[in-house]
Write a protein that binds this ligand. Sequence first.
Ligand code: SAH
Ligand code: SF4
Length: 381
Amino acid sequence: MTANLLDFDLEGLAVFCEGLGEKRFRATQLFRWIHQRGMSNFDDMSDLAKSLREKLKVHAHVAALPILSQQFSKDGTIKWLFDVGGGDAVEAVFIPEDDRGTLCVSSQAGCAVGCRFCSTGHQGFSRNLSTAEILAQLWFAEHFLRQHLNQPDRVISNVVMMGMGEPLQNYSALVPALKAMLDDHGYGLSRRRVTVSTSGVVPMMKRLSADCAVALAVSLHAPTNPLRDNLVPLNRKYPLDELLSECTLYLNKAPRDFITFEYCMLKGVNDQVAHAQELVQLIRRHAANGLRCKFNLIPFNPFKESGLLRSDDATVQQFASVLLDAGFVTTVRKTRGDDIDAACGQLAGDVKDRTDVASRIAQQRTVPLHWHPTQSKPTQN
Ligand code: SAH
Ligand code: SF4
């Protein structure tokens, strides 16, 4: 087995190059060819010495993930389903907006946390992704988009670890992937533009603040322990006060001066005015110790097995106004890619039917006419 070079951050690649008897700075050149230029063929890396290229051909490769499907939404969103072997698949979603292009990346095949409202959680845990499998999503998407938009410069300006899986339960693979995203010789994204979303793995939040303090989003979903225990089972291990105290500490290292709290609005379950009031009290208690936050209310994307329903728009607005009146910045997430099931919590990665995959992909690999990345309204159909 040769090494997949997508498995390394720059430091890891330097160690690998040293192992081949090469100088460390060769790793920088190699890293730039791979991540900035999207190259996988060592013969195309023209400024590398021929002797190094020959060694690389023997000991290394740069492998993308096979694509099972590629779907284009009328609103410009694209969803890719990648094959990670053994019947598992993971998804990445590109969400274009006027001032940014965000890629939503998966960290695990399935998820062990098992939140009630999440289809990935219902699927159960299959396995952790490797650093290469995490980075391959960005590597492929960035260079695919550049090529298809005929744009030499960066297309993806933001990465959110909000796809399938709990990133902080795959810490050792996550951190090198984040470092490659931030590296000036890699994707050059600022720490503010890379967000890890977590259901609240408290000890790993502490480690992240020390190792690679990117922006943090915490999936809260409930103002009290009994309710959160029920929706996010991990709360039994790391209850709210412990979680919020760790959020407060994270701010000392965070690239932004607030934590984003995500709150999935579930009809009749956590969306009442009384819940919003309890939430205000909870956060105010921690604000006294320095917690600063913003709320992002997420309309629930329903799926059958959950037995849960989406809150009405009016209920969401009412909930938002309680938070706003209490002085908290609060936004309601726009749902994107509805026509291709690309929204949060819909990423199930279920690959039961592999029949005729090749011809399905052949059809889907052509960019459809209606697709344009900044387009918000369909031009046909
Ligand atoms: N495991 C991490 C990151 C992946 S989930 C976490 O839980 O934060 C990304 C976001 O999607 C989380 O805020 C999660 O609560 C939300 N989500 C999951 N299922 C959803 C659904 N069905 N509808 C809306 N949001 C959902
Ligand atoms: Fe896992 Fe996040 Fe889904 Fe919960 S919401 S099951 S932590 S992916």
